[in-house]
Design a protein around this ligand. Structure first.
Ligand SMILES: Nc1ncnc2c1ncn2[C@@H]1O[C@H](COP(=O)(O)OP(=O)(O)OP(=O)(O)O)[C@@H](O)[C@H]1O
Length: 324
């Protein structure tokens, strides 16, 4: 539904995005994740037809965003970082106005506006002036204006920025509810956002795609973060020597920890992909006559993936999912 190939944009001499290639299948929610300045807004604006690319192509529903921009605009709903709302209009007036601009026929406008109001949970606010709305409700109006003409594709740029935690949950639920009959791309720098809302994630850093996969696969591939943390009596070097040789163990390291009693240490064991050496680790420690005070599983998080990818460019190739 969205196909981006070798897309680049340079502002003067500043490369904002470089050679981006990715796609979004019908019905998917793709999270476009990257740190500040990674090029997310630039990409969203190009997709929405608001900014020309320097090179490469982007197609939505088969239409080139640059060459067929009118056809593209009819098929997309776009929520920019700061949605242009008219504060002196009521929610309903504004949505009717936008529906007109987006080419919804006069006789269909009431139905479409009602449907957008309902889907975005704005019923109680439909006659309220936009300037009187909280940030969370304004964001819903922003989403409502993006979907009022019922486009197959929705482009959301940082949809939960500036919202309080309750509003964030509500807006995320709203986005998920739209996924059943829309294709969605949403940009964000918030990690939990992608695991909670998106079926797939593309991570960009410094204008380049560094990984694309499902959130679960990204985490699974970063097996280096999974393992155990163990609080145990004993001398760290001796423990390291003892545990490293166990099958399924790849790294044993000391975790700096304050306030531990003398002669006790905190050890992190990183396991090999798919290995479960927990039982062997525990029995080895006990057989050696050492006190085992705590042992808990640790899992790689999407945060680990993100940090690894955005801090260590070398990690990139091994994490790219096949077939994307
Ligand atoms: N109009 C502009 N003129 C010059 N440089 C720009 C312009 N817009 C963006 N840039 C630069 O392009 C790069 C990408 O910016 P972009 O806004 O797309 O990133 P982003 O991932 O959306 O960041 P943020 O999360 O901070 O909004 C940055 O280095 C930015 O400084």
């Amino acid at each position: 539904m969205i196909e981006v190939e070798h897309l680049s944009k340079t502002y003067g001499s500043t490369p904002a995005i470089q050679d981006l290639t990715f796609s979004v299948a019908p019905g998917e929610i793709l999270g476009f994740l990257g740190p500040n300045g990674a090029g997310k807004t630039t990409t969203m604006r190009i997709l929405a037809g608001y900014l020309p690319a320097s090179s490469g192509t982007a197609r939505i529903a088969g239409y080139d965003v640059h060459e067929d921009s009118m056809a593209v605009r009819r098929r997309i709903g776009y929520l920019p970082e700061n949605p242009p709302l008219y504060p002196e209009m009521t929610v309903e007036e504004f949505l009717k106005f936008v529906a007109g601009i987006k080419g919804v026929r006069r006789r269909d406008r009431t139905t479409k506006v009602n449907s957008a109001i309902e889907r975005c949970n704005l019923l109680e606010k439909r006659h309220v002036l936009i300037r009187k709305l909280s940030k969370g409700f304004r964001q819903r109006v922003g989403i409502a204006q993006a979907i009022v003409h019922d486009p197959p594709v929705i482009i959301l740029d940082e949809p939960t920025v500036g919202l309080d935690p309750r509003q964030i949950i509500e807006v995320r639920q709203l986005i998920k509810s739209l996924a059943s009959d829309h294709t969605i791309i949403l940009s964000t720098h918030i990690l939990p956002e992608v695991s909670m809302t998106c079926s797939r994630v593309t991570i960009i850093n410094k204008g380049q795609v560094v990984a694309t996969n499902t959130p679960d696969n990204l985490m699974a591939q970063l097996t280096g973060g999974s393992g155990y943390e163990i609080e145990v009596d004993g001398e760290p070097l001796a423990l390291q020597k003892m545990l490293t040789v166990l099958p399924g163990v790849s790294v044993v390291e000391l975790v700096p920890a304050k306030d531990l009693p003398e002669n006790r240490c905190l050890i992190r064991v990183i396991t090999q992909p798919g290995a479960e050496p927990g039982r062997d680790i525990a029995s080895l420690i006990i057989k050696a006559g050492l006190g085992l005070y705590e042992m808990r599983r640790t899992f790689a998080s999407l945060e680990d993936v993100f940090l690894k990818l955005t801090l260590e460019d070398k990690a990139v190739q091994s994490l790219n999912g096949e077939g994307f």
